[in-house]
Ligand binder design. Structure first.
Ligand code: G2I
Length: 503
């Protein structure tokens, strides 16, 4: 069972939606001519007909459209069409409530035990494990083909009292035993584990949080934990999970640098969890997707692990839409988990941050999320727009397009800074003609250097950094702009931005 289930619940979602469920998503529609849309539509229709209803029936929550295409009517089914999962945190003591269970079973295809896999719940006294409550959640999920996220093996909070009084040697042994016993118990059944949770401080320091692990075992405890975890259950994806890391800031950059370091040294890490607890003090920022992209570029999967957004009505819906769109835009963002089924039992209940209200009614945020997962609409056309083209498309050019005759400008702004470093963004704007390539030279202030740069490519020669467009953001219409961002260490003095050129 364990092995069979392991493949079924792999955290790594398939990279492409199943053909039977292909619909024309917003990215597919964007920028296409009517003719191209017709081709896409007919391709989708052909695939749906070839695969017939069997594929469609394999996924719950589908509505047959015109006998061939399907619009998903549940979060889990819609996410599956996008090659992702859609999960929720689950509390064992709510599994006896009918509305709770019905909503869970209908809408979600992944679960995270909200508290039942934390250290205090599993090992209340040293060496004595209590798996019963978490087992109930895992068994509920397995019986319904839902995947399970394990949360969490090493965390400073919800630690039983006995952990705090251990010596360094004993704590190291206890951490090893805890990870080993817990992961062995569910070996092959957990899609992804939050191996280490919330190890960094908030604010601008980028420093580690004080905890028994950090303080007694030293900074290396995180990689020790990941190495132990890999050796116990090699099939589980191993994630680092944190909050207030959703945008580009000092804390997320500290995590970014840790992941980069792990990847460069072969420390096993597969994914980064972004908790996504948003409210007016901690809003969804414009650089949310950009932040996911820079992590994905390190070669790890991205998971939104504890999403909840305080608010109500259309404003809350718009924020959910932004976040879900951000995940879908990043191919390595493999799934989304909301931190609870209903506002009634949310840890931030008064902020009504979830998709179902206290009476399990779908909120505007629910509809917004479902629409985004359905590619922008739940109502695909029921008939093809018009006759498909009969002539083949023209041959694509074989020589690269010229840089364009237009000019461009580049302007710099500091996004955030801390003692010894900063994050900056350069906006590249086309002049009065379109451009297809751009180059921006930066001269770094003395003693400073770029430690990471995303949404562009760069080469460094002494203090000069030459930044060129990525293959997807070189083309700018007249007056249009794009940005690239970077992290700098070694001081706070901004770089000098040279003249933007287009060839
Ligand atoms: O704080 C929100 C989340 C932040 N990221 C890590 C998550 O694990 C964390 O979850 C929350 C749970 O949603 C709460 O339900 O973690 C809290 C503890 O730090 C959980 O609260 C605790 C209460 O503090 C306890 O009094 C209570 O006994 O839940 C326990 C079980 O209901």
């Amino acid at each position: 069972m364990a092995e069979k289930n392991a493949s079924k619940v792999s955290a790594r979602a398939p990279s492409k939606p199943t053909a039977a469920c292909t619909i024309l998503t917003t990215p597919q529609r964007k920028g296409r001519t009517t003719m191209e849309m017709q081709v896409l539509w007919h391709t989708a229709m052909r695939k749906a007909v070839v695969l017939g209803t069997a594929g469609a029936m394999a996924l719950g929550g589908m509505v047959a459209m015109a006998g061939t295409a399907e619009a998903a009517t549940t979060l889990g089914a819609a996410a599956t069409q996008q090659g992702r999962y859609f999960g929720t945190a689950v509390a064992n003591n709510r599994l006896s409530e009918t509305d709770y269970v019905n909503t869970l079973n209908t809408e979600f295809n992944s679960v995270t035990p909200e508290n039942e896999m934390k250290w205090d719940a599993l090992e209340p006294s040293r060496g004595s494990f209590n798996f019963a409550n978490a087992d109930k959640i895992v068994n509920h999920a397995k019986a319904r083909n839902m995947q399970v996220r394990g949360h969490t093996l090493v965390w400073h909070s919800q630690l039983p009292g006995w952990v705090g009084s251990l010596s360094a040697d004993e704590l190291r042994k206890a951490m090893t035993t805890h990870i080993t016993e817990v992961m062995t118990h569910w070996k092959g059944q957990i899609a992804a584990w939050d191996v280490v949770n919330e190890a960094y401080q908030d604010g601008s320091s980028g420093a580690r949080r004080s905890s028994p692990f950090q303080d007694k075992l030293g900074a290396g405890y995180i990689e020790e934990a990941f190495k132990i975890a890999r050796s116990v259950d090699p099939a589980a994806k191993l994630c680092y999970n944190d909050y207030n890391t959703d945008g580009v800031n000092a804390k997320s950059t500290a995590v970014y640098n840790m992941v980069k370091d792990f990847k460069s040294r072969g420390v096993p890490i597969d994914c980064v969890g972004f908790q996504g607890h948003f409210n007016s003090n901690s809003p969804v920022t414009a650089d949310f997707q950009q932040n996911l992209e820079r992590f994905a570029a390190l070669g790890v999967d991205i998971q939104l692990t504890e999403l909840d957004i305080e608010g109500s009505g259309s404003e809350q819906a718009a924020n959910y839409e932004k976040v879900v769109k951000g995940c879908l835009a990043v191919s390595r963002c493999t799934g989304i988990t909301v931190w609870g089924v209903t506002d009634k039992y949310s840890w931030r209940s008064s902020g009504t941050p979830l998709l179902f209200d206290g009476s399990y009614q779908k909120k505007p945020a629910y509809t917004a999320v479902l629409n985004v997962l359905n590619g922008g609409t739940t109502t695909p056309p029921t008939t093809p727009p018009t006759t498909p083209p009969t002539t083949p498309p023209t041959t694509p050019p074989t020589t690269p397009p010229p840089g364009g005759s237009g000019s461009c400008t580049a302007t710099f702004k500091t996004d955030s800074s801390w003692s010894g470093g900063y994050n900056g963004t350069v906006t590249v704007k086309a002049g009065s003609s379109a451009i297809t390539r751009w180059t921006v030279p930066l001269t770094m202030a003395s003693g400073t250097s770029i430690t990471s740069l995303w949404n562009a490519t760069h080469t460094t020669s002494g203090s000069t950094v030459t930044v060129k467009n990525s293959n997807w953001n070189g083309s700018l219409a007249a007056g249009a702009s794009t940005t690239f961002s970077f992290t700098v260490n070694g001081g706070n003095t901004a770089p000098t931005v040279g003249t933007c050129s287009t060839s």
